[in-house]
Design a binder for this molecule. Sequence first.
Ligand SMILES: Cc1cc2nc3c(=O)[nH]c(=O)nc-3n(C[C@H](O)[C@H](O)[C@H](O)COP(=O)(O)OP(=O)(O)OC[C@H]3O[C@@H](n4cnc5c(N)ncnc54)[C@H](O)[C@@H]3O)c2cc1C
Length: 580
Amino acid sequence: MKIIKHSFDGVIVGAGGAGLRAAIEAAPHMKLAVITKLYPTRSHTGAAQGGMSAALANVEEDNWNWHAFDTVKGSDYLADQPAVDILCKEAIDAVIELEHWGLPFSRLENGKIAQRRFGGHTVKEGEAPAFRACYAADRTGHMILQTLYQKCVSMGVEFFDEFQVLDIKIEDGVCKGVIAFELSTGDIHIFETRAVTFATGGFGKIFKVSSNAHSLTGDGPGILYQKGIPLEDMEFYQFHPTGIYRLGILLSEAARGEGGILRNKDGERFMERYAPSIKDLAPRDMVSRAIATEISKGNGAGPQNDYVYLDLTHLGAETINKKLPDITDFVRTYVKIEPINEPIPVQPTAHYAMGGIPTDVNGRVLSDEKNTILPGVYAAGEAACVSVHGANRLGTNSLLDIMVFGKRAGQSMLEYVSKTKASSISDSSSDDLVKKINNLIEKEHTDEFSVGRIRNDLQESMEKNTKIFRTEETLSEQTKILEDLRERYENVTIFDKGKVFNTELMETIELDYLLDMSESTVASALARKESRGAHSRQDFPERDDAEWMKHSFAFKNGNSATLRYKDVELGKYEPMERTY
Ligand SMILES: Cc1cc2nc3c(=O)[nH]c(=O)nc-3n(C[C@H](O)[C@H](O)[C@H](O)COP(=O)(O)OP(=O)(O)OC[C@H]3O[C@@H](n4cnc5c(N)ncnc54)[C@H](O)[C@@H]3O)c2cc1C
């Protein structure tokens, strides 16, 4: 195994929307590397479909305060309101900036950027659904990613494509660098650097039915968690109401934004009963619970009564082909039905991590619940928890989050680098990692302890015990299962002993993070004895503001987590009952 050393002022880990946006900020003023395990334009941001919200008021009256109100209410009052204000205020410039960089937004007749409806976004604090999501057909994320990447290329940003970061070196509380594995050669690269931004995306692969790409395994949060950095609000994981039945492939909320309707087996528009005013456009946590409730009452469709229908048939071919071309093609390809004429079988799918690496509004990583800053380490995007999404994210607010807080993380990195001297990292800093890899390769392979089996059992059990509804019983059962999986993981073996694109080796290391993400999720969920946003405890069905209006911080403690808490930062919106 060759060991190669590099020296940079700053390193960004991840080339999705958050990483690229941070790079655009930092690159002109420092020697910067962007390290990414995927080729940049394969990042999950490119799979985002429906839109990015900003109160541009292109279709109707709107303002960022209404956007902030919706975001806070959507979060079930767990979001930090000063951070939400920043998100919604800076949204407008973020969209215009993308437009100026060449993003081909869909347009209105008058040439302005088109906007559509999305779940939980309203005008006048709940009066009616708002036209706030800016979009490029149903390929908004694809367009954002391409636009940002082309901007980075034009700026000469240095990329290390298909390099997987496996470790960070922090000495005396100061960042010294990161260690990466080059996928095509199996070589190890030591990156000496003063500042690192983690923009590694989510971890939806802890569940079996998920909209997330195979690569979303929580690497950034996992690497830091193993170094003693806590993870914030891990019990809040979002299930998107409309995944393709069994496959989990996402059918964007834009489908309902354009007028799509959810129906149960009798054809009833059941959301009228659960959210009488905004119906199918209620926030995701509520719609997912409504679907799960319909299914448990026997109102689900199909031979096993385990799905509902997303009905687009009344929209007409023109709207479908123009505004929802990609997702309807997924349906034709994977379900073999024609969505213009037939309703689509859907079920909730694991989608988005509200929790993650705790940061302040400038992307600076916090090492505890007292807001202690970890010098030189930053995080942005889905890997981070600012927290602007609280207990439940509104659709279109994540593409916005990666733009607003990606930029801020890049700026913070720059500020830090300009104030600190270069430091050095020792040649032996990769020794532990090399030893770990060699151990994995040398161990004889057995089927019983294969990565695939352990991961499959993890995903199935998380799906069963921790999905939309949870109880003390299911979470305790999952705690035991995780202990057992951890024990099996200690003996994990791999079949591929090669150096070239040894994806099995990388998946083995990713499984460690998936276990960490699951352990912290389950421990945080077991402790939180209330229901709020996406965390729904059947044994504690009410929201309990007196006791639980606080963020949880999970610190790794062996194979479990120790929990501490931090108060939510309130603002102008008083917590109220969350009806729609
Ligand atoms: C199907 C789908 C549709 C969506 N639609 C919308 C939408 O319409 N609107 C909206 O607001 N949100 C949407 N979302 C959510 C949103 O797209 C994501 O939350 C957001 O794009 C995440 O961006 P990111 O930059 O944080 O991470 P990602 O885009 O996931 O990028 C992660 C990057 O990290 C790199 N990486 C990871 N681990 C390592 C490692 N160990 N070493 C090196 N590199 C690493 C990867 O190579 C990749 O470049 C959608 C999500 C999905 C899954």
